[in-house]
Write a protein of this length. Structure first.
Length: 383
């Protein structure tokens, strides 16, 4: 079948990585795929282009941009799109606007975050202007849902949230957890740990805690830095590594300085060797205020890392407390620190959690499993 995925762009992030891997697999399965980016192609577009999979950009400008909508409509028509699979709200309602009268037989939207995320954060986290924009986008999205066959959430928590908030009717929403190519990941090892320590010019005794994700308010890396200050007081050899970049990098660096841990907090920026870096960590931490179904957590599981994560969104569906990791409340630096210290001081327990996480993701978190679920949703109408 002819499938078009519509995203905002293919810059680095969990959503974008999921789309790229799904498209690769669908193409291998014999489908004809393309990715249409509402804005720019993005830093990861080359991965699909190198495989001969078209990535087209609409170059949307601020506000209502009818030229971008017209370009998207032309791209959908030229591809003879049968399945229109959009990702998140903005890409979705633009695609819905572009598609009337075309031969699209199935319109599916995946929401990659919690639809009720605003309830778990304050306006101070986002700013009043951003809050108004998000409210407007959600109103437009809800209207676009009426022209949508199915809305897919990436975890059960988000599915329940969507129904409770009245965003979508219960019979129109499904949960399809994200998946990764588990076979591409290797468990953490001493050799990779030594490589990471050498790269960071750290002594062999260093205990590396890592976190992967964009540096944004919703990820609350500032809270993780506050927790790390407590960790560092108890375990002076501990270091904290952030893999990923974002608009808050300078602010977070200042936070590390203010908390007196700047020499032990490392910002690695965007990296193409995330898998290898994960293998060099001792613990993985995620401090988000809101999450859907975190690709970063799946990748940490695949790397057999013990995890400490905040109990928000779908995190609890990946991190089973005291089985594949530890869950702590959001915005609770003391609880985060206590959990990290406990695992640093109990290496056997930490290893057991990491091994269980790897076994769980092999059984439940594969890309093939996710793709099969989407194929069922596509085929419900196309069969």
């Amino acid at each position: 079948m002819n499938i078009t995925h519509v995203v905002e762009n293919l810059n680095r992030g969990g959503l974008e990585r999921m789309v790229i891997e799904l498209v690769k697999l669908q193409q291998q399965q014999g489908h004809c795929c393309q990715v249409v980016c509402l804005f720019e192609p993005g830093a990861l577009a080359h991965e699909l282009i190198a495989l001969g999979i078209p990535v087209k950009a609409c170059g949307k400008r601020r506000g209502l941009d009818l030229r971008a909508v017209a370009r998207m409509r032309r791209l959908l028509g030229e591809h003879t799109t049968e399945v229109l699979h959009t990702h998140n709200a903005v890409a979705h309602y633009h695609a819905v606007l572009a598609s009337p009268g075309l031969k699209v037989r199935r319109v599916i939207n995946t929401r990659h975050s919690m639809l009720g995320a605003r309830r778990s954060i304050t306006e101070g986290d986002l700013g009043e202007g951003v809050t108004r924009v998000l409210d407007r986008r959600e109103r437009i999205y809800r209207y676009a849902v009426t022209f949508t066959d199915l809305v897919v959430t990436v975890c059960e928590a988000a599915r329940r949230d969507a129904i409770k908030l009245g965003v979508v009717a219960a019979d129109k929403v499904r949960a399809v957890p994200n998946g990764i190519r588990v076979e591409d990941f290797r468990p953490a090892s001493n050799a990779k740990r030594e490589r990471l320590l050498s790269m960071l010019e750290l002594p062999a005794r260093a205990r590396v805690i890592g976190s992967v994700g964009r540096l944004t308010r919703l990820k609350d890396q500032a809270g993780l830095i506050r927790a790390f200050r407590l960790v560092h007081e108890a375990e002076p050899d501990a270091v904290l590594v952030f893999i990923g970049d974002g608009e808050l990098r300078s602010e977070l660096q200042r936070s590390a300085t203010a908390d007196g841990v700047a020499d032990s907090v490392h910002f690695l920026g965007d990296r193409s060797d995330v898998r290898e870096l994960l293998q060099g960590l001792e613990l993985f931490a995620l401090s988000s205020l809101s999450e859907g179904y975190s690709m970063a957590l799946l990748e940490a599981c695949a790397s057999a890392l013990p995890i400490v994560a905040t109990d928000v969104g779908g995190n609890g569906e990946i991190v089973r407390s005291d089985f594949t990791g530890l869950l702590v409340p959001p915005r609770d630096a003391a609880a985060m620190a206590a959990a990290l210290i406990a695992l640093l001081q109990q290496p056997q327990r930490a290893r057991a959690l990491g091994d269980a996480a790897r076994a769980w993701v092999e059984a439940e978190g594969s890309l093939a499993s996710m793709a099969s679920r989407y194929a069922t949703l596509y085929g419900a109408v196309l069969a």
